[in-house]
Design a protein. Structure first.
Ligand code: S3P
Length: 176
């Protein structure tokens, strides 16, 4: 493949890490989780970073992590759910690789996030009804950015093999 990096993007709970790990194993690349890399580099959790520097501080530091990973090779990158919507991050991704938006409905995201919200500062303290409303509103706000991805896929319906086929044909079609 000429392609050197693939960015998985989408809302919290859209399965970027699970898919990214499986895909990376299948094509013998490394999987980089931007959130984990962030926590390693800054030696603190994202929740603590939010507390200390606020969301603005987090978004700037997250942009710097993205610029770093955009220079790595043979990597599948699981991006933070909000990262496509700040700075020129979608351009950074699209200029350095293939970006794939894992699209899911607010209802499916809600089912997934209700059990996995604690470590995510934007949703950690929300009640169930607040959470559903938050997901619907934020998704509306974020989709114009997510839709700039090179590929938009229905993440509920595809298998790892489907993604591999899609990536291979996109690699043949596009000049990187
Ligand atoms: C965020 C999503 C999180 C993490 C941070 C903010 C967001 O990543 O970057 O909590 O703004 O949607 P995941 O999408 O990997 O949960």
């Amino acid at each position: 493949m000429r392609l050197k990096r693939i960015y998985l993007l989408g809302f919290m709970g859209s399965g970027k890490s699970t898919l990214g790990n499986a895909l990376a194993r299948s094509i013998n690349w490394s999987f980089i989780d931007m959130d984990h890399l962030f926590e390693d580099r800054h030696a603190m959790t994202i929740s603590s970073y939010f507390e200390k520097f606020g969301e603005d501080g987090f978004r700037l530091a997250e942009h710097e992590i993205l610029v770093n990973v955009s220079e790595m090779e043979n990597v599948i990158i699981g991006t933070g759910g909000g990262s496509p919507c700040f700075y020129n991050n979608m351009d950074v991704m699209n200029n350095s690789g293939l970006s794939i938006y894992l699209k899911l409905s607010p209802e499916i995201l809600f089912e997934r996030l209700i059990h996995a919200k604690q470590q995510r500062p934007l949703v950690a303290n929300k009640t169930e009804s607040e959470l559903l409303e938050f997901i619907a509103d934020k998704l509306k706000e974020r989709e114009p950015f997510y839709n700039k991805a090179g590929l938009v896929v229905d993440a509920g319906r595809l298998s790892v093999d489907d993604y591999i086929q899609i990536i291979k044909s996109s690699d043949e079609l596009k000049a990187y």
